[in-house]
Design a protein around this ligand. Structure first.
Ligand code: CA
Length: 237
């Protein structure tokens, strides 16, 4: 097998359609990759947390957590594993969304298996991905490497904690995040669940990023938590 780039590479295949998953796994094994399969997002995140994969092939349309959410969660958790997204969608905004959430490449279904293998090899050669350096949500821009935040081109000065909070929201745009979830990802184990520290930080962050803008990015979802609204609330139905 010398000279075969696929040797000793372990792949996680995330696809809920049983027949497609079985065929892909079989084909990938035939070209010498070790393949684990997951049929939903939760299982994918679990397997990715306990195994060190060289590549993840991720279907966008999954029951429960979508491929885009899985991708975001992996990247937010600091994973740099190369990610190839499989999508049935062909519209440009969806592809851009896939790449913006941290996928390294995408392949539209239906695809030729040889093309999948070619993409897999190209990604494996490239090695671990760098986490995307710039996140853009509406007119908010986060330059992650230098931790610089701008709203409508104006610099927003944030403390380390405010930045971490905003960054967490930015990795889950449009998703309602409850206090428990926020505390788990942004605060450490010394977090006091009975304090109102999250609400205080949200207010501060909101003042800094939303004051003076008609489009309020940081929205409260009563009884549930908060979310970052990529589109103004009145259009966000
Ligand atoms: Ca699917």
């Amino acid at each position: 097998m010398r000279g075969t780039p696929g040797v000793a590479m372990r792949i996680l295949l995330v696809e809920d359609e049983v027949t497609a998953a079985r065929m892909l796994a079989k084909g990938l094994r035939e070209v010498s990759y070790a393949v684990d399969s997951a049929s939903d997002g939760g299982e994918a995140l679990y397997l990715a947390s306990i195994n060190d994969y060289d590549l993840i092939i991720l279907d966008v349309m999954l029951p429960g957590k979508s491929g885009l959410e899985v991708c975001r969660d992996l990247r937010f958790g600091g994973s740099a594993v190369p990610l190839l997204m499989l999508t049935a969608r062909t519209s440009v905004p969806d592809r851009i969304e896939g790449l913006n959430t941290g996928a390294d490449d995408y392949l539209s279904k239906p695809f030729d298996f040889r093309e999948l293998v070619a993409r897999v090899r190209a990604l494996l050669r490239r090695g671990p991905a760098l986490r995307s350096e710039v996140i853009g949500i509406a007119d908010l821009t986060i330059h992650e490497r230098v931790r610089r935040v701008q709203r409508a081109g104006r610099d927003v000065d944030l403390t380390t904690k405010e930045y971490a909070l905003l960054d967490y929201f930015a990795w889950h745009p449009g998703q309602v995040l409850g206090r428990a979830e926020i505390s788990e990802h942004v605060w450490d184990e010394n977090f006091d669940a009975f304090s109102n520290v999250i609400d205080v930080y949200i207010q501060r962050l909101r003042r800094k990023i939303d004051d003076g803008s008609s489009h309020k990015l940081l929205c409260t979802v009563r009884g549930e938590g908060y979310k970052l609204c990529p589109v103004p609330a009145e259009e966000n139905v």
